[in-house]
Write a protein that binds this ligand. Structure first.
Ligand code: ADP
Length: 153
């Protein structure tokens, strides 16, 4: 099973959307395997957004991501990386499809509710950046045979 990272950004923490975001992933059948609240700092953000650190709008990203604590979550499931990314929707909330987290909860390119890993390789790097091995829980999933067909497992 794949694991992926979803960060509930400060804008969503401030707006009281933590529960609704987590509920959507739970309802989909994804399994929460790690979660913590954290105040991100400049160093970890520069590593996380290394592909954007030289962009003129990077100071806005940095300020936005440090405005309050975030909720770091790790989710497990079949093809979890692409499933969670599609649930987030496209980056700009104004263009995100209805039914996605961004399409339902935001109107902004920056204040766009969540971060999600964009590939399996990135997910592994990002999970290792934000979590220690002991932060992950491997606990029984008695409903697994109702979430997936036997030939999918
Ligand atoms: P995504 O979060 O959809 O994976 P990117 O990796 O391209 O998108 O960008 C990371 C984050 O940087 C976005 O979620 C958004 O918060 C911010 N960002 C990206 N492009 C812009 C932009 N042109 N203006 C303002 N913020 C941006």
């Amino acid at each position: 099973m794949e694991k992926t990272l979803l960060i509930i950004k400060p804008c969503a923490v401030q707006r009281g959307l933590i529960g609704q975001i987590i509920t959507r992933l739970e309802n989909r059948g994804l399994k929460l395997v790690a979660m913590k609240m954290a105040q991100l700092d400049k160093e970890i953000l520069a590593a996380h957004y290394s592909h954007l650190v030289n962009k003129p709008f990077y100071p806005i990203i940095e300020a936005s991501m440090m405005a309050s604590p975030v909720i770091l979550t790790a989710w497990e499931g079949l093809q979890a990386v692409s499933v969670v990314r599609e649930m987030a929707g496209t980056t700009d909330g104004k263009k995100a499809a209805p039914g996605t987290l961004r399409g339902d909860f935001c109107m902004s390119h920056q204040e766009n509710i969540v971060h999600t890993s964009d590939s399996l390789e990135t997910a592994e790097q990002e999970l290792a950046r934000f979590f220690k091995p002991e932060d992950f829980f491997d606990y029984p999933s008695p409903l697994l045979n109702y979430l997936y067909a036997s030939d999918e497992l």
